[in-house]
Write a protein that binds this ligand. Structure first.
Ligand code: AMP
Length: 388
């Protein structure tokens, strides 16, 4: 199937051409016809599956067919990075339609966002807190919203946005289409969905689909040897564009400095860094200035950098869902990726849970030539205390 098989406005088809999207991904092929037909939808899909265009394209089609004033579509996203990415996809695919969108998130000055709203936008891509702020200030009206998208709903719930989301939904017209995207559907997310969707269709991409292009391996070690094992991996089997995860912000910062001292072009990204620094780290990773980015789970949400060759769990994540999210950053769109986990006794996530999630046993590897019993030069590595 091709995008030209869908009844899209020619200006949208030219946007697709500019983006070089020819064939819809599975989530797009399944979701687009349902959304075009006006159905509410639950899309179970993670980043990397093409879920953004799955909702952006039908929204653009609605705007093309029924132009009109006001904010017509609202997309809620957990992080500024994800909001910026969605805004970017709207700009790319909606280029020839002249659709105006704005990314609205906290941590930056409100002036430019207010100015964009005053000039008029059709699509708002917002983090819940900042949207409510702007609404309280009466710089955004939500009475013309016809479609609302909750993107990464599980992440938004994890991050404590549930009350804000409920408040926002109460401000929207009752007569609307609601699209709900989530990588996982834990009970709190299921309850939220049940409360706000009307007779939804569920589309699900094979949860193993992104994982099929990712190979997984454990490198058993000790907390004291993790640092040197990471260096040995980066010098050996894990060369490329590498995303490293730690459990805490302090460990992310420490590790990035340590790797830089060892001669690796490395940067950290974590939630306490000012927005400009986070953006600089991300841009540097995207352009290749940094080949290693050390991230915490929260800061990594929504990172959309192509061709990440390796995801390394320096610390195992707290949950299987977090594992899935982390490794979903590699092996995207049929490219191959590797997920390597440095598993020490201090890491609590049971291995068999991860094996169940990836649908099979995971190989344990020993790095040949690495001194597993080496000196514990770890005094300065911050402890895996409070997760970031
Ligand atoms: P997403 O899951 O929305 O974050 O998309 C993952 C990546 O796939 C992004 O870099 C998109 O630009 C790209 N992408 C999405 N849909 C397609 C498509 N149909 N063909 C090629 N690339 C795509």
């Amino acid at each position: 199937m091709k995008f030209s098989d869908f009844p899209f406005d020619p200006r949208i088809l030219s946007g697709l051409e500019a983006a070089r999207y020819v064939h819809p991904t599975p989530i797009q092929a399944q979701a687009i016809p349902e959304i075009l037909a006006g159905r509410d939808l639950i899309g179970i899909a993670q980043t990397g599956t093409g879920k953004t265009a799955a909702f952006v394209l039908p929204i653009l089609q609605g705007l093309a067919q029924r132009p009109g004033p006001g904010v017509r579509a609202l997309v809620l996203a957990p992080t500024r990075e994800l909001a910026e990415q969605i805004h970017g996809v709207i700009g790319l695919l909606g280029r020839d339609l002249g659709v105006r969108s704005a990314a609205l998130y906290g941590g930056v000055k409100k002036g430019p966002q207010r100015a964009a709203l005053r000039q008029g936008i059709e699509v708002a891509v917002a983090c819940p807190g900042r949207l409510l702020d702007l609404h309280r200030e009466r710089v955004i009206r939500l009475s013309a919203v016809e479609v609302v998208v909750l993107d990464e709903a599980d992440r938004m719930c994890d991050m404590g946005f549930l009350p804000d989301i409920q408040r926002i939904l109460s401000l929207l017209p009752g007569e609307r289409q609601t699209l709900f995207f989530s990588a996982t559907i834990p009970p709190v997310v299921r309850r939220l969905a049940a409360g706000i969707l009307r007779d939804p269709v569920t589309v699900e991409v094979d949860p193993a689909a992104p994982a099929r292009t990712v190979s997984h391996a454990f490198y058993p070690t000790t907390e004291g040897r993790k640092r040197d094992l990471l260096v040995a991996l980066l010098r050996g089997p894990a060369q490329g564009r590498v995303l490293v995860f730690t459990r805490t912000k302090a460990r992310a910062q420490f590790l990035a400095s340590f790797l830089a001292e060892q001669g690796f072009p490395a940067a950290a990204i974590e939630g306490d860094m000012p927005q400009a620094e986070r953006q600089a780290a991300l841009d540097g990773f995207r352009t290749g200035r940094y080949s290693v980015l050390v991230a915490t789970d929260v800061a990594a949400r929504g990172i959309d950098v192509e061709d990440i060759t390796h995801v390394i769990n320096f610390d195992m994540p707290e949950s299987v869902d977090a594992y899935t999210h982390r490794v979903g950053r590699t092996g995207r769109l049929a490219k191959r990726g590797e997920a390597l986990s440095l598993a020490a006794p201090t890491d609590k996530l049971p291995r068999r849970w991860v094996e169940r999630a990836v649908g099979g046993p995971i190989e344990s590897r020993r790095l040949p030539g690495f001194n597993y019993g080496g000196g514990a030069r770890v005094a300065s590595l911050p402890r895996q205390a409070d997760p970031a």
